[in-house]
Design a protein around this ligand. Structure first.
Ligand SMILES: [Fe+2]
Ligand SMILES: [Fe+2]
Length: 459
């Protein structure tokens, strides 16, 4: 309790000097501007803001149609989660031994940021991030850095400078993604522009020194409806970009168990399966979105990393297919694995991803060896790194399933949840109609004919 009193009481409020004392020469930089308590307050607000940004991006992931957005959101949210983690750890240091980090009085500020999730489309969400939200975060970090002491508060300065570098890259990527998306879908742009203007106006209305005030000023709530927003609900089905070949099952072994094949077939099969790991990124994102509020702080670290890893696996397949000469319209994308959790509760959804992780993990090192032996260094490399990630993921799955089950006070065991998840997946697989199977077979035949043609042409 004594320590808590220390950080709540000390401040840099001017006091009358009882006698003349040594003062620093005017170097143009006031090193002693912020005391520990004030610095910790700023970082606490930044922490909750970053955490909210991670949650919003995770929530938007499954319902996002635009492929470039779908690939970037997990990378961005993982970077934001790293910043949130650095902020959290630094707040704990500055307030040691106080361990509690809670939004409390910061709730009105967090609520404003949280309301930016209600964008009318994925294009609007990304455009507002690119042109209003992320620039505001950058400006707020830079403003704090201009006042923070590079000596006394060097650890905070270090990660905030890195965060600004990430933000600059994010803003550039988000702008490029928004421009390309708007060019393809001009019908979405009026609502996206209106939304972005509304978000920018709300942020511009916030007092610039708000983060460093001892108490937050009264903040007006963001008028979502006036900016053309729509009440957000996370999509329980995985939305797929219309540029791809969308179908219920992307490969024959996704509806009917069968050997994976050999040679070129195994190469293509593995790339298609990697590409379709987009569902796993969505499921990790959905678990993050659904369970964050009831989880301890390190859930954010694990779930964001999980989400990013799965989209990297997806990108591995996407990159290999492009390198082999396939265009998006030739690449089959399904969503049944994500969709199998649509009617389940959040813990069972976590079980779905855990079920896939643990059921197929043994194939990764095997395939890395096969591809390496047969001279496909790229596929071997991707399987090797995929396997390294999956070993961490099975730990995440075990750890968090056990945690949430215990917290829910249910006698259900992780193995039971895994069984439920498996049943949900099997029901969808068994629901494959003859039409679905024929569609999958047609894609398979086309892809394999082209792949074998390319190998023949190169021979
Ligand atoms: Fe994966
Ligand atoms: Fe995984």
């Amino acid at each position: 309790m004594r320590a808590r009193a220390r950080w709540t009481r000390m401040s840099s409020a001017p006091v009358a000097a009882p006698r003349p004392l040594l003062q620093p020469a005017d170097s143009g930089r006031k090193r002693a501007e912020l005391m520990v308590a004030e610095s910790a307050t700023v970082l606490l607000r930044f922490h909750f803001l970053e955490r909210e940004l991670v949650r919003m991006a995770a929530g938007w992931l499954p319902g996002t149609e635009d492929w470039d957005t779908k690939l970037f959101l997990p990378e961005m949210l993982w970077q934001d989660a790293l910043v949130a983690r650095s902020l959290r750890e630094r707040i704990l240091e500055l307030r040691y031994p106080e361990r509690r980090i809670a939004p409390d009085a910061e709730a009105p500020l967090i609520a404003i940021y949280a309301s930016f999730i209600h964008a009318p489309s994925d294009l609007a969400f990304v455009t507002a991030l690119a042109r209003a939200i992320k620039p505001h975060v950058r400006q707020s970090f830079a403003r704090h850095l201009a006042r923070a002491d590079t000596l006394g508060d060097a650890p905070s300065v270090h990660f905030l400078e890195h965060a600004i570098t990430d933000l600059d890259r994010q803003i550039a990527r988000l702008n490029a993604i928004a421009d390309a998306h708007a060019a393809r879908r001009p019908e979405l742009t009026p609502a996206a522009d209106r939304w972005t203007a509304g978000v920018a106006a709300a942020l511009a209305a916030l007092p610039p020194d708000m983060f460093s005030r001892p108490e937050l000023p009264a903040l007006a709530a963001f008028d979502v409806a006036a900016a053309g927003g729509m009440p957000f609900a996370i999509s329980r089905t995985g939305v797929r970009d219309r540029r791809f070949h969308r179908l219920r099952f992307a490969w024959p072994d996704r509806h009917t168990p069968q050997p994976p094949g050999e040679g070129v077939q195994l190469q293509v099969r593995q790339a298609i399966h990697h590409l379709n790991e987009v569902w796993a990124a969505e499921m990790a994102g959905a678990c993050l979105y659904d369970l964050l509020e009831q989880a301890p702080h390190d859930f954010l670290d694990d779930a964001s990393r999980w989400c990013f890893d799965e989209i990297r696996h997806c990108r591995m397949g996407y990159e290999r297919l492009k390198e082999w000469g396939f265009g998006e319209s030739e690449m089959p994308l399904d969503a049944f694995s994500y969709d199998s959790g649509a009617d389940a509760d959040a813990i069972v959804r976590l079980g779905v991803i855990f079920y896939f992780e643990t059921t197929y993990i043994h194939t990764k090192p095997e395939r890395a060896k096969i591809f390496g032996r047969e001279g496909d260094r790229m596929s071997s490399h991707d399987m090797d790194f995929d396997w390294a990630d999956e070993l961490i993921h099975s730990h995440y799955g075990k750890k968090w399933l056990a945690y949430f089950l215990e917290k829910a006070g249910t006698p259900r065991q992780p193995a039971e949840i895994k069984k439920l998840a498996e049943q949900g997946v099997i029901v969808l697989q068994q629901g494959a109609t003859e039409t679905d199977k024929a569609a999958t077979q047609a894609v398979f035949d086309r892809l394999m004919a082209k792949a074998r043609g390319r190998v023949g042409a190169a021979a």
